[in-house]
Write a protein that binds this ligand. Structure first.
Ligand code: CDP
Length: 208
């Protein structure tokens, strides 16, 4: 079984995808980490994030064993990822890896922005996770404040809005729900309730 989970920044899709993968005994790939890693590698090579050629080189040379690098969670990493993710060549260079991961037994859950629309249009189940920007900002703010990062809620909300706009507005694989995606609004759901709602959607879809 292959499950695609897409949604905007801090919608809770990562936590949800990880739990769904564990529940169904599937592998899990956080595709956001791939774009974060490309941005990290561009910067480490002394390159500029807006340089498509440098970003494409980094994407082609990406070492998948570095995707759990804590540096990918550092401040600014999501925004940096969103810049390199706008280049068609970068996205193209990362497609095979994502598809091969999904196809391997026993199946997988992938989360990102374009999994249901571009990477795995034939996924068995597609879930599009949404939540109000204010709630997403509150969750991300709590995460960052918990790590002792000096941020304000207002700043986090601002960054989330900017990233939403960039991810939705880009020409290449923009953030949007696939026509056959199931919508899951987590605005008023905690992690447990969101997980239960997702399992209910999946069970209905696969007829169990
Ligand atoms: O965890 P969060 O939702 O903040 O971000 P993420 O899922 O790690 O993604 C970081 C950035 O990578 C996003 O803002 C997108 O621009 C980009 N991305 C993408 O373009 N396509 C994907 N499949 C996954 C992430």
């Amino acid at each position: 079984m292959i499950i695609a989970i897409d949604g905007p920044a801090a919608s809770g899709k990562g936590t949800l995808a990880r739990r769904i993968a564990a529940h169904y005994g599937l592998s899990y790939l956080d595709t956001g980490a791939i774009y974060r890693a490309v941005a990290r590698d561009v910067k480490r090579a002394g390159g500029d994030l807006t340089d498509a050629a440098a970003a494409t080189r980094a994407a082609r040379a990406l070492d998948a064993s570095t995707l759990d690098d804590p540096a990918l969670r550092e401040r600014g990493a999501g925004e940096a990822a969103s810049i390199v993710a706008g280049f068609a060549e970068v996205r193209g260079a990362l497609l095979d890896f994502q598809r091969a991961f999904a196809r391997k037994a026993p199946g997988a859950v992938l989360d990102g922005r374009d999994i249901g629309t571009v990477v795995l249009p034939d996924a068995d189940v597609k879930i599009f996770v949404v939540a109000e920007p204010e709630v997403r900002a509150q969750r991300r703010y709590a995460e960052m404040a918990g790590r002792g990062e000096p941020v304000t809620y207002a700043r986090v909300l601002d960054l989330i809005r900017q990233r939403d706009e960039r991810d939705r507005g880009r020409a290449e694989a923009p953030l949007k729900a696939a026509a056959d995606a199931l919508l899951l609004d987590t605005t008023h759901l905690d992690i447990e309730a969101a997980f239960e709602a997702a399992v209910a959607l999946i069970s209905r879809k696969i007829g169990q």
